[in-house]
Design a protein around this ligand. Structure first.
Ligand SMILES: C[S@@+](CC[C@H](N)C(=O)[O-])C[C@H]1O[C@@H](n2cnc3c(N)ncnc32)[C@H](O)[C@@H]1O
Length: 705
């Protein structure tokens, strides 16, 4: 019989198929019998070859016997009847371990004792000796019971096979070499394809890939328990090692890329690669994930991103995970293979993997997500993350046509009136829910809402297409068309580096100058829908003491000063905004002491005013206080506004006026709550360029004597 023995390759749950494939490649017919076990038949040389070659198995066991054992008698007697001399010499050191799953004999220590005793008795009689010194080589025996089926094995491996001998040093959260190799084998990677691990840590995945690519036997640099065994001719080991040496391939052309943000861990990675003999095959580089890039095509990104043990770690990691689609879309032809225990990973990426496989990294349950990119020769072009489809291209055309039409329509009126900043488009086409404002020769494009039929990466590409299309349609250089995204967490945006560099420019409106920020704030600093209201304030400010609350970048203060206000008081909670307001005032030459700036919470500010503080005109343009959907809250909000307005009225001289504006959509205004005469002036305050007549609501409130 050429394959007289049966062996068991043990492996982590989930990797049986990989081990089976590895065994088949070595020429052994393998069958997986139970989770974590793959059986195969072979001669004695199989012990040497499989220990040297298997990449994803933990250890190789000799299967001595298997039989039914529902009671101790059966266990003892059958064990004793086995010819142990074919494996164990008289001096063998043979500790017995055990495990029992869904079996009658539940006590593992009792099973171990029974088996030990049975082997001792068998050995004494079979070797014809009266005592067993157990001072020879190690033969670690195991009695495993599964549903009353006993399997007796002897471990040939010694320290688990993941200990290849190259990793003396490990980073913070290394993955096992066996798992890393399985990840590579389960991917599309081969030595002709680009490889990238952007969270390489101690480099395990790249090292395993390099070893695979060069057909290096992973066990060549270590020893095994069975090398000490008397019955295993050392020639078998020599032959197996020689074979492994012969089969090793020279370095291949492709240089694997492994990067990590932490330079210390890279030192470890380089040392490990050196020890494994593949240092020349891998380029290690310090690099933030957000800087990921590659000019190579059709590669495989195989990685194990950081994971946390505590919930707080997860929270911290959320932006990093959220940024992944935006970053990975830089590799549109690549396939991506990601092992993580991050719960809700696919939801966060808004992308379902083509395949998922549950795997264990030690005790941590992980999922191996496999995203299959386009195949080089198939003509497929659809990337895993991002991409523009036909529909998007049609939408871009539609968008351009609409923008051109609006631009023609608005061409005449703005500049004639000294208006260079105006709204061109506000969700005119519902499926293109964007807002486009023109600020002289710049465009400011913002998202009205995030549509849900695209994932985040596709949406990012879609937005970019719309941005470039808008610029083209309106004859604006593309670099002057700015896009502000909505619904992306700050952290993820930072991770993905989608934020543009800060861009400020000076614009004009009705002969006044303003600094607008087109890049990094939600708003630009000049609310275009308040253009008419600003003019009203200007016309009413002559010789008045003007109070501008929630002043933001101070545009109302500038108009009031221009209208001849005796004084302006600009109040905002943010120092940044106040500075901005002051810059706007100075830009227009309003530098006198009568213009003051107060950084304060508005309510506290009003309370802190002395009783004789008197104003004539106040602008109250608060942010939306509530995002709540319940009508009950609407009432709370309304009372909140009423309280605010009444306390402003208290600070006004008789005949004083408040301009009150809100863009709270479901605002209900119970005028009876206000100690003043209220006129809704919404209609007069919505500028002509705004097709959306509900952009804000506005009241003029007069103080009654
Ligand atoms: C789970 S470990 C990878 C372990 C690796 N597979 C190994 O076997 O050693 C995650 C790695 O991600 C790195 N990392 C965390 N945040 C990063 C970022 N923003 N950019 C790049 N690397 C980062 C950490 O330094 C750490 O080495």
């Amino acid at each position: 019989m050429s394959n007289p023995y049966t062996f068991i390759a043990t492996t982590a749950f989930g990797l049986e198929a990989v081990v089976k494939r590895e065994l088949q490649a070595l020429g052994y017919d393998a069958r997986s019998t139970s989770p974590g076990w793959v059986e195969f038949d072979g001669d004695l040389s199989a012990i040497c070859r499989t220990n040297l070659w298997l990449r994803s198995a933990d250890r190789i066991l000799v299967k001595v016997a298997s039989f039914t054992a529902a009671d101790f008698d059966a266990l003892f007697e059958t064990t004793k009847s086995i010819d142990w001399t074919q494996w164990l010499p008289a001096n063998a050191h043979f500790p017995v371990e055990g495990r029992s799953v869904r079996s009658t004999l539940t006590s593992v220590p009792a099973n171990q004792r029974a088996v030990k005793k049975a082997i001792v008795e068998a050995m004494k009689s079979q070797h014809g000796v009266s005592s067993l010194p157990e001072d020879g080589p190690l033969y670690r025996c195991q009695i495993a019971l599964l549903k009353d089926e006993a399997t007796l094995t002897i471990d040939t491996t010694g320290p688990s096979l993941h200990k290849r001998g190259y990793r003396e040093f490990a980073g913070g959260a290394p993955i096992k070499e066996t798992l890393a190799s399985a990840m590579v084998q389960l991917s599309f990677w081969n030595e002709e394809k680009p490889f990238l691990d952007p969270f390489c840590g101690s480099g395990t995945i790249a090292i395993e890939a390099a070893m695979l690519g060069r057909n290096m036997a992973p066990g060549l640099n270590r020893s095994f328990a069975a090398e000490q065994w008397a019955n295993l001719d050392s020639v078998l080991w020599q032959e197996a090692r020689a074979e492994a040496g012969d089969l090793q391939l020279p370095p291949f052309e492709e240089i694997l890329v492994a990067t990590d943000a932490d330079f210390r861990v890279l030192r470890t990675a380089r040392q490990n690669a050196e020890k494994a003999g593949v240092a020349d095959q891998i380029h290690f580089q310090e690099r933030e994930f957000s800087d990921l890039q590659s000019s190579r095509k059709y590669g495989c990104l195989i990685t194990n991103p950081p994971y946390g043990e505590r919930l707080s770690d997860w929270r911290e990691l959320k932006p990093l995970y959220e940024s992944m689609p935006l970053i990975l879309k830089r590799l549109p032809t690549w396939s991506h293979f990601i092992l993580t225990s991050y719960e809700g990973f696919q939801k966060l990426l808004q992308k379902n993997a083509d395949r998922r496989r549950k795997l264990y990294n030690g005790r941590i349950e992980c999922v191996y997500y496999q995203f299959h990119g386009p195949k080089p020769k198939s003509g497929e072009t659809e990337p895993v993350f991002g991409g523009i489809n036909e529909k998007a291209a049609e939408q871009a055309e539609l968008f351009q046509r609409r923008l051109r039409k609006r631009a023609r329509h608005l061409r005449k009126w703005p500049s004639k009136r000294g208006i260079y900043c105006y709204r061109l488009y506000e969700r005119d086409i519902p499926e293109i829910p964007l807002v486009v404002d023109r600020y002289h020769d710049h465009l400011h494009i913002s998202e009205f809402e995030r549509p849900h039929d695209r994932d985040i990466a596709q949406h990012d590409d879609w937005l970019e297409l719309m941005r470039v299309s808008a610029a083209e349609a309106l004859d604006v250089p593309a670099e002057k068309a700015f896009l502000k995204r909505r619904g992306m967490q700050r952290g993820s945006a930072q991770h993905a580096r989608v934020a543009q560099d800060r861009y400020e420019t000076e614009v004009e409106e009705n002969g006044l100058k303003f600094i607008v920020n087109l890049s990094d704030y939600v708003d630009t600093g000049l609310f275009l829908d308040h253009r008419e209201t600003r003019m009203m304030v200007c016309n009413e400010s002559l010789s008045k003491d003007v109070l501008n609350l929630f002043a933001y970048a101070g545009s109302f203060s500038v108009y009031a000063a221009d209208g001849g206000a005796r004084s302006t008081t600009t109040v905002d909670l943010s120092k940044n905004y106040l500075d901005w307001a002051e810059r706007n005032m100075r830009l227009n030459g309003f530098t006198g002491d009568e213009h003051t700036y107060v950084q304060s919470d508005i309510r506290e500010y009003l309370q802190s005013l002395p009783d004789d503080a008197q104003f004539d005109l106040a602008i109250v343009d608060p942010p939306t206080f509530s995002n709540s959907k319940s009508t009950e809250d609407d009432w709370v909000v309304q009372e909140h506004y009423a309280e605010l307005l009444n306390s402003v009225l208290q600070r006004l001289r008789s005949g004083g006026v408040i301009y009150f504006s809100t863009n709270y959509r479901r605002f209900k205004f119970d005028e009876t709550l206000i100690h003043g005469r209220c006129h809704e002036i919404t209609k007069q305050t919505i500028p002509e360029d705004f097709r959306n007549k509900r952009i804000h609501r506005c009241w003029r409130i007069e103080k009654l004597d």
